[in-house]
Structures are given as structure tokens and as C-alpha cells.
Write a protein that binds this ligand. Structure first.
Ligand code: BV8
Length: 232
């Protein structure tokens, strides 16, 4: 029974209307990373950071999954082997598109985290700095997001999947951020077939055996059709 491990990035949600990070007009063109996506930035100006994620949480609540998200859910439902989705994205469009067991390695907009006791709960659409944790009651709520310099979530589980996967696909990610950008090398070491699906060949592209170049809403459904046809 073969196994497919998929890593997604901001590009899979672009056609749903969510901005990517490194596009010319993307999130990192509008905000300094060190101000809104680091613990130091949160320490310096928690309101700026909380408002940055409030705006993204609001945007994410107003968009819908696109054909790429839905195609991956179809693959999970119809593929004979195991299909694991690891996402760098903090939106919940994979789940809205029908995917299950999605690993959010960089956290999730819909989740709040207590910086004091580690408790997690469903984030309100608008968080405020100083919101109390429902468990320890301290005013230590923060967005449940992995910032630069923080350890991504579920890394052991992810590496277990990479070590035994037969196919590794990276969809809509520029391959700039580690450890996610190192997953393709790990998968190759395990002998997996590697495929990059992206609007363009990325700088990391030469690490992949196969490339499917074009918008995710077109390339991902086609890739899924080919995978399902090949298993017949
Ligand atoms: C850690 C928060 C250690 C969530 C994010 C030097 C070398 C190696 C590593 C480092 C280094 N210096 C520092 C580091 C570590 C650092 C890092 O990698 N820095 C980089 C910049 C060099 N990494 C970290 O800090 C990580 N933690 O290493 O911890 C540690 C060890 C022990 C103990 C404690 C800690 C944490 C990384 C997570 C940071 N958080 N964001 C949020 O705000 O959303 S990263 C941010 O960038 C996002 O989360 C996103 O996941 C990530 C990658 O972005 P992409 O998803 O790839 O988006 P991008 O815009 O870049 O690209 C979009 C792509 O889509 C493009 O290729 C485009 O062509 C394509 N596309 C566009 N439209 C479409 C499309 N494709 C298809 N169809 C379309 N329509």
C-alpha cells in the first residue's frame, strides 16, 4: 500500500483570495517579518501582532476552499494508500475542503494559545492582547502561530511520515522557510518520488524529480486524477 505525504504553502490558498508571503505585493511587502512573526515582535508590540492575525483571521473566514483543496480531500477519500497533508498555512481551507488529519506545522488562526500554561482553545474572531486563558485565567492569550525562532508543531510525526512515504509533493510553497524546506531532501533520502506543484519552478525546484507548473486549482486536480488512474 503506497503512501503520499503532501506539504502545502500559501500558494494553494492564493486562488481562494488569501495573500501569499513573498509575492511582490504579499504579506512580507506590507509588514516587517520581525515585527509581526517573531516572539520579539510580540514582546515589543503585542497589539500590532494580535491585530495582524486578527486581520488574517477575518480574511480567512471570508474565503472558500478552491479546487486544489477539494482535490486533495478527494485523494484522501479515494486513494488506496495513506495520504497525509502537512500544511504551513494557518487558514483552515484544507478542512473546509473536506481534508482530514491535517498537520498545521505553523499553527492555526482558529486556535488561541496560553503563553503561561500551554492551554489551547478556539480563538475568538477578534483577539485582544491580555485576553485571559480560560484554564489558568492569566492574561496570557496569544495567537497559536509558530513564529520565526519557534519550534514548528508535530515535527516527530512529520519526520516519521517522510521516512516511510513513497511520494512527496510540495504544493504552492517557495521553499524558503526551514524546517519545511528541508522535507524534500528527507523524502528523497527515503527513496520517495518527489513532485513540485507550483506556479513556477522555485529555487528549490532542482531537488524535485517531477514538476507540474501552473495554478494549483488546475495542476492539483489533474495530478490527483493521474494518481487515482495509476492505482487502477
Ligand atoms: C525554527 C507564521 C528552530 C505563520 C511563519 C538560516 C538557514 C536555515 C534556517 C534558518 C536560517 N535562519 C533562520 C532560520 C530558521 C527560520 C527560517 O527558515 N528562516 C528563513 C527565512 C531562512 N525558521 C524558523 O524560525 C522556524 N523555526 O527553525 O525553529 C528551533 C529549534 C529548536 C528550538 C526552537 C526553535 C519557524 C518557521 C515558521 C515561521 N512562521 N509564518 C503565519 O504568519 O502565517 S513562516 C511563513 O513562511 C509562513 O508560515 C509560510 O509557511 C512560510 C513559507 O511561505 P510559503 O507558504 O512558501 O509562501 P510564499 O509566499 O513564500 O510562497 C508562495 C508560493 O506559492 C510561491 O512559490 C508561489 O510561486 C506559489 N504560488 C502562488 N500562487 C500560486 C502558487 N502556486 C500554485 N498556484 C498558485 N495560484
Amino acid at each position: 500500500m503506497s503512501k503520499i505525504t503532501i506539504l502545502t504553502g500559501a500558494g494553494i490558498s492564493a486562488e481562494s483570495g488569501l495573500e501569499t508571503f513573498r509575492a511582490a505585493d504579499g504579506l512580507w511587502a506590507q509588514h516587517r517579518v520581525e515585527d509581526v512573526a517573531t516572539p520579539e515582535g510580540f514582546e515589543r508590540d503585542p497589539k500590532l501582532v494580535v491585530d495582524f492575525y486578527n486581520a488574517r483571521r477575518k480574511q480567512a473566514s471570508e474565503v472558500s476552499p478552491n479546487a486544489a483543496h477539494k482535490a486533495l480531500a478527494r485523494l484522501q477519500q479515494m486513494y488506496a494508500g495513506q495520504v497525509v497533508i502537512v500544511t504551513q498555512n494557518v487558514d483552515d481551507l484544507h478542512e473546509q475542503g473536506g481534508a482530514t488529519g491535517v498537520i498545521h506545522m505553523h499553527g492555526a488562526l482558529k486556535s488561541a494559545l496560553c503563553a503561561a500554561c500551554g492551554n489551547r482553545w478556539a480563538a475568538p474572531i477578534v483577539m485582544a492582547h491580555g485576553d485571559a486563558c480560560p484554564v489558568c485565567t492569566r492574561p496570557s492569550a496569544r495567537p497559536d502561530i509558530v513564529w520565526f525562532g519557534e519550534m514548528p508543531y508535530q515535527m516527530d510525526e512529520i519526520f516519521d511520515h517522510l521516512m516511510e512515504t513513497d511520494i512527496f509533493a510540495a504544493i504552492g510553497t517557495s521553499g524558503n522557510v526551514y524546517p519545511a524546506a528541508g522535507f524534500v531532501a528527507e523524502a528523497r533520502r527515503s527513496g520517495a518520488h518527489t513532485v513540485e506543484l507550483n506556479l513556477e519552478r522555485t529555487a528549490a525546484g532542482n531537488q524535485f524529480a517531477e514538476h507540474r507548473v501552473g495554478p494549483a486549482s488546475k495542476e492539483v486536480p489533474q495530478w490527483v486524477d493521474d494518481l487515482l488512474a495509476s492505482q487502477k
